[in-house]
Design a protein around this ligand. Structure first.
Ligand code: CO8
Length: 258
């Protein structure tokens, strides 16, 4: 049997996706993205999963869209299939937290895939970049929108216009990644973070994610109201009573995720 393009596993309450096209540095073909989106949908619908990790290999998280597959496409080909729409946009709709565990290259669509996740844990050998300009195109999967939000306009312009890569230390300073760890620790660190998150009350985790994302999509007043209403709503859950009682009684909470 041939190797799957994306390996899908569970580790306790954590769903783990591993991009698995090592010969082409995990180049993201439509087939790969279909498999990622389908696995994400299944994890999102599974009550036994509380957080998701997506990773690649030690050499590459993903070196971008599959250039060999794209090179002969015409405008009508990409327009008619709405390339980078539909399944590709699915990640945005996943309601559980997704952590990108990035080692090696995260370039073009690979950098954009990592930025669609909720946060990035990078290995010391990670390299981020949007080199599309060298191919006569521009980022098409959110790079021109998410990179400036993550690192500011100056660095985003610099990276997208010159195609230079950012190493892990610069990415951490710029706010693109949340932590940098030794390269051989990336996946373990991401799984540990995901396990911590998955042990929290799922409704509060989902509402926190939704509220943080509002900070990017709504004016401050709307975002603050959205946060406050969700804060109020959590007082209707079992887990809020359990969490607060456990604190007062000096014991660990037993969350039911409801
Ligand atoms: N697509 C297809 N094949 C690739 C890709 C890719 N993006 N990247 C690497 N490969 C292949 C190489 O062709 C090579 O294959 P082969 O062994 O058959 O020659 C193999 O992977 C190994 O690559 P290299 O020999 O080049 O390895 P190096 O260590 O010398 O270099 C680099 C590593 C620097 C990462 C280099 O491979 C590189 O520059 N890759 C292309 C990076 C790039 O331009 N990425 C942007 C692609 S365009 C894009 O992402 C469009 C964004 C739109 C949204 C996409 C949504 C996902």
């Amino acid at each position: 049997m041939s190797e799957p393009l994306v390996k899908v596993e569970t580790r306790g309450r954590v769903g783990l996706l591993t991009l698995n096209r090592p010969k082409v540095l995990n180049a993201l073909s439509n087939e790969v993205i279909d498999e990622v989106a389908n696995a994400m949908k299944a994890f999102d619908a599974d009550d036994n999963i509380g957080a998701i990790v997506i990773t690649g290999s030690e050499k590459a998280f993903a070196a971008g869209a599959d250039i060999a597959a794209m090179k002969d496409w015409s405008y009508t080909d990409v327009y008619k299939q709405d390339y980078l729409g539909h399944q590709w946009e699915y990640l945005r709709r996943v309601r559980k937290p997704i952590i990108a565990a990035v080692s090696g290259f995260a370039l073009g669509g690979g950098c954009e895939l990592a930025m669609q996740c909720d946060f990035i844990i990078a290995g010391e050998n990670a390299k981020f970049g949007q080199p599309e300009i060298k191919l006569g195109i521009i980022p098409g999967f959110g790079g021109t929108q998410r990179l400036p939000r993550a690192v500011g306009k100056a660095k985003a312009m610099d990276m997208i216009l010159t195609a230079r890569m950012m190493d892990a230390a610069e990415a951490e300073r710029a706010g693109l990644v949340s932590r940098v760890v030794p390269s051989d620790r990336v996946l373990d660190e991401a799984l540990e973070a995901a396990t911590v998150i998955a042990a929290m009350s799922l409704p509060s985790v989902m509402m926190a994610k939704e509220a943080i994302n509002r900070a990017y999509e709504a004016p401050l007043n709307e975002g603050l109201l959205f946060e406050r209403r969700n804060f109020h709503a959590l007082f209707s859950t079992h887990d809020q009573k359990e969490g607060m009682n456990a604190f007062i009684e000096k014991r660990q909470p037993q969350f039911k995720h409801e």
